[in-house]
Design a binder for this molecule. Structure first.
Ligand SMILES: *[C@@H]1O[C@H](CO)[C@@H](O)[C@H](O)[C@H]1NC(C)=O
Ligand SMILES: *[C@@H]1O[C@H](CO)[C@@H](O)[C@H](O)[C@H]1NC(C)=O
Ligand SMILES: *[C@@H]1O[C@H](CO)[C@@H](O)[C@H](O)[C@H]1NC(C)=O
Ligand SMILES: *[C@@H]1O[C@H](CO)[C@@H](O)[C@H](O)[C@H]1NC(C)=O
Ligand SMILES: *[C@@H]1O[C@H](CO)[C@@H](O)[C@H](O)[C@H]1NC(C)=O
Ligand SMILES: *[C@@H]1O[C@H](CO)[C@@H](O)[C@H](O)[C@H]1NC(C)=O
Ligand SMILES: *[C@@H]1O[C@H](CO)[C@@H](O)[C@H](O)[C@H]1NC(C)=O
Ligand SMILES: *[C@@H]1O[C@H](CO)[C@@H](O)[C@H](O)[C@H]1NC(C)=O
Ligand SMILES: *[C@@H]1O[C@H](CO)[C@@H](O)[C@H](O)[C@H]1NC(C)=O
Length: 729
């Protein structure tokens, strides 16, 4: 159930201090001095640091905004989006326990202090979207545990220090949108740990480095002044999924070996001076969904598959390239005339404007979200208390015991301190730190646990389900089951993208975040005068049915708890069934409880009161109830006194059939009347009290398709419903 409650908490705090907000140790003298110096050098026009007023008692107790401590030492300074100006004090090096410094999206300028390099525990440095200038201090690379450096979108100039990538834990380095110059040091291409390297939009020159020891997933070098040809070493990385080299001065041919990059999703080569043909091997890349070779000097035929998959703007500006929609016929070169310079220039400008607009849009969204972050400290305590009371229901002394120390939870990217984050395939990239430090908003609670919308530092949004610890299976069994669930992919099933096992047994499941929420809210909690037309309702019904069919036939899972709150909608109102297979992660006792709840909500098939075991037929019953919900606009079990199937049947018996339909739909009754009636019959068939009389999912789908055939472009959504995350742009 989605609620409008804005209980915002930081997931980290939640996990770290679930039953104790503060370890009781007062800040050390050295850290207090450093905090005072830190505040002194910043300009704080909106008074966000007003709370840093006492003589230090509040620094670690949670009273000072943006500070987290462990054993009296500051471990996190997190003050993004606070309009802070000024500079960072060199005394920053006094925070010997500091793990994370996050000051992104402020107006802080000056040099990045070289003394940051003397922080032995620093793991994350987020200074993007500020006004830092000067060069990048080579000492930054001396922090042995650094995992993430993000200095994007500042005014940094000068060369890339070869030592920057010295930390063997560094997996994300983002220096994009600066004025860095010179060539890429050879150390960068040899880092064994880097997964994401963003150097785009700088003034870098020289060759594209010869990457050797690399497990790189994303390499963005576009909008620079790179010259030379593409090094063949680049094509050995089967894990590379994003490669952008557009707007450089690269020459030579595009090697056929590029077809070895089997994970490649995005390839940008536009605005260079590549020659020769587009290699055929590119057509075999299964995941390639963004491709652009416009404005080069390519020739010959565009491979057929590519020409079909990408529109002509991906190929234009290559005089001798043919075989795509709108291209010249394939004939020998008529002349050597270069493309008209004027048009080339206009395109360039247009596209950078587009980029700014898109970036601004993304920023706005992020801004809105983080307005709430401030609240989190205030609400945290109250929230914790509630959570403690409600979460423990039925599990007695459930979450007693020592809370994990901040150090354990903060711990990092790959479980070096006991936490373990496992990713399944998908477009999202984040480490355990990113996840645990995300700001989280409660979306709902169920017998299995609490669901949060989590927004990570770089804007990635995910839905996180924190499972109740006492009701899940033991770790080994749990992992076997969760790994199977993580492989299930269908456009109408909410994809499980990752899971996290905390050092104290916390279990988090990470799913795609669905901006439109659940069907229940979409249908029953909408604003007045926002009708939902029949076509949309039918699309949702078909989507749900397809999802259920896949569950039943392809992966042999009975859902057991299908309700309109468990059907989520993506931005195009495509249905995505959630919560499937979760019963496999739970103990038998927990599952019996869920069946009881589903009954209370009016979705439970009558036979379940005795059998207590979900079947395909009991799922079909629940599906039927949801279709009735779509038809009537009424929520099952909400107020009518009788359950929805009974209510509908009684009215139909009395020959008042038209009275059951949602009034909004009746406006178009002359056109869709038959469709409504036939769908109603089908739904009533699904809720037949006798399980064997109910149809199977494939029959339901077939009938729905007969009732309202697809009209050409209706699509059931892109696979997995990958949300657009700003970090992937
Ligand atoms: C310090 O700031 C907090 C929050 O702004 C406020 O509640 C408190 O009264 C202040 N204390 C002092 C000594 O000024
Ligand atoms: C860079 O930061 C400025 C504000 O500091 C912001 O307006 C702009 O959108 C940012 N650009 C990118 C590409 O993030
Ligand atoms: C670079 O890293 C290695 C091993 O991680 C370390 O021994 C060496 O001292 C580091 N160099 C510098 C300049 O920090
Ligand atoms: C970087 O390149 C841009 C565009 O060519 C130029 O305007 C700017 O002066 C350069 N900056 C530096 C620091 O070289
Ligand atoms: C590719 O990634 C997988 C996990 O995502 C990893 O196990 C594998 O070692 C990587 N391959 C290479 C060549 O780095
Ligand atoms: C890559 O592709 C080329 C040609 O398509 C092939 O000869 C080569 O063996 C492949 N593998 C590697 C590791 O380069
Ligand atoms: C394009 O390539 C041809 C040879 O294939 C060459 O003669 C011509 O100068 C090139 N044009 C540009 C603009 O680079
Ligand atoms: C390809 O790049 C050009 C120039 O940047 C842009 O105008 C065009 O929209 C892009 N096309 C596709 C399909 O990405
Ligand atoms: C790097 O920073 C830019 C600008 O903030 C962002 O758009 C991009 O997604 C980031 N890339 C990575 C790999 O972090």
């Amino acid at each position: 159930m989605m609620t409008s409650i804005l209980f915002l908490i930081s997931l980290t705090l939640f996990l770290s201090y679930a039953s104790d907000p503060w370890d009781g140790v007062i800040v050390t003298q050295e850290d207090l001095q450093a905090l005072q110096a830190f505040k002194h050098e910043l300009v704080d026009p909106n008074g966000f640091l007003r709370s840093w007023n006492d003589t230090g008692y509040g620094a670690c107790s949670g009273a000072w905004a943006g500070i987290k401590c462990a054993q009296g030492q500051v471990i996190v300074i997190q003050l993004p989006w606070r309009s802070l100006g000024g500079r960072i004090t060199p005394k920053i090096s006094q925070f010997q326990s500091l793990r994370k410094l996050s000051l992104h999206d402020n107006l802080i300028g000056g040099q990045i202090p070289p003394s940051l390099g003397f922080l032995p525990n620093l793991r994350g440095l987020q200074l993007f979207n500020n006004r830092f200038s000067g060069s990048i201090p080579p000492s930054l690379g001396f922090c042995p545990l650094l995992q993430t450096i993000d200095l994007a979108n500042n005014s940094l100039s000068g060369p890339l220090p070869p030592t920057l990538v010295n930390s063997t834990k560094l997996f994300r380095l983002n220096l994009s949108y600066n004025s860095l110059s010179g060539s890429v040091p050879v150390t960068f291409s040899r880092s064994p740990s880097l997964l994401f390297l963003a150097l785009h939009s700088n003034n870098l020159t020289g060759d594209v480095p010869d990457f050797s020891a690399f497990q790189l997933q994303s390499l963005t070098l576009d909008h620079n002044f790179f010259t030379g040809t593409l090094p063949s070493s680049l094509f050995r990385f089967s894990n590379l999924s994003v490669l952008t080299l557009s707007y450089n001065r690269l020459t030579g041919e595009i090697p056929a070996a590029i077809g070895n990059l089997s994970s490649l999703r995005e390839l940008g080569l536009s605005h260079n001076a590549f020659t020769g043909q587009i290699p055929n091997s590119l057509s075999d890349l299964p995941n390639l969904n963004s491709f652009n070779v416009s404005y080069n000097n390519l020739s010959g035929f565009v491979p057929l598959k590519l020409a079909q998959k990408f529109d002509s703007s991906a190929f234009v500006g290559n005089l001798e390239l043919c075989g795509y929609t709108g291209s010249a016929a394939c004939v020998p070169p008529p002349s050597q005339a270069p493309p008209p310079p004027a048009s080339k220039k206009r395109r360039r400008r247009l596209s950078s404007k587009d980029i700014i607009l898109i970036a601004a849009g993304a920023l706005l969204v992020i801004l809105l979200i983080t307005c709430f972050v401030l609240l989190c400290c205030l609400l945290r305590k109250r929230k914790m208390e509630r959570e403690g009371k409600e979460g423990g229901r039925g599990t007695a002394a459930a979450e007693k015991g020592v809370p994990p120390t901040a150090a354990e939870v903060e711990g990092s990217g790959g479980g070096e301190t006991g936490g373990k984050l496992v990713h399944f395939d998908g477009p999202m990239v984040f480490g355990a730190d990113d996840l645990l430090c995300a700001t989280a908003e409660i979306m709902g609670k169920s017998t299995y646990g609490t669901v949060y919308k989590a927004t990570m530092e770089d804007g990635i949004q995910v839905a996180v389900k924190r499972l109740r610890e006492k009701i899940t299976k033991g770790q080994r069994e749990f992992e076997i089951e969760v790994n199977a669930l993580g492989k299930i992919r269908h456009p109408n099933l909410l994809a499980l993208r990752a899971y996290y096992l905390g050092p104290k047994g916390e279990k988090l499941l990470v799913f795609d975040y669905m901006p439109k929420g659940s069907l229940a809210t979409f249908l029953h909690a909408r604003a007045p005068d926002t009708p939902i037309d029949w076509a949309t309702r039918m699309k949702i019904a078909k989507g749900m049915t397809r999802g259920l069919l896949y569950l039943h036939t392809n992966v042999s899972i009975n859902h057991g708890n299908l309700t309109s709150s468990n059907v989520l909608l993506d931005e195009h109102a495509n249905a995505k069934i959630a919560d499937y297979g979760l019963s496999r992660l739970m103990t038998a006792a927990a599952n019996a409880n869920v069946i009881a709840t589903a009954g209370a909500l009016g979705y439970r098939a009558p036979e379940l009161s005795k059998l207590k075991k979900a079947s395909t037929k009991s799922d079909v019953y629940s599906l039927g109830v949801i279709v009735l919900e779509l038809l009537t606009g009424k929520s099952p079990g909400a107020g009518e006194g009788v359950d929805l199937p009974q209510w509908v049947s009684s009215i139909v018996k009395e020959e008042w059939t038209n009275e059951v339909f949602d009034l909004e739909l009746m406006r178009d009754a002359s056109v869709i009347g038959d469709e409504l009636l036939n769908t109603l019959k089908l739904a009533l068939h699904c809720v037949d009290p006798t399980p064997s009389a109910r149809p199977e999912a494939h029959q339901i789908l077939q009938q729905l398709e007969e009732i309202r055939p697809e009209t050409g472009t209706t699509s059931s959504g892109d696979d997995g419903g990958a949300m657009a995350s700003p970090a992937q742009d």
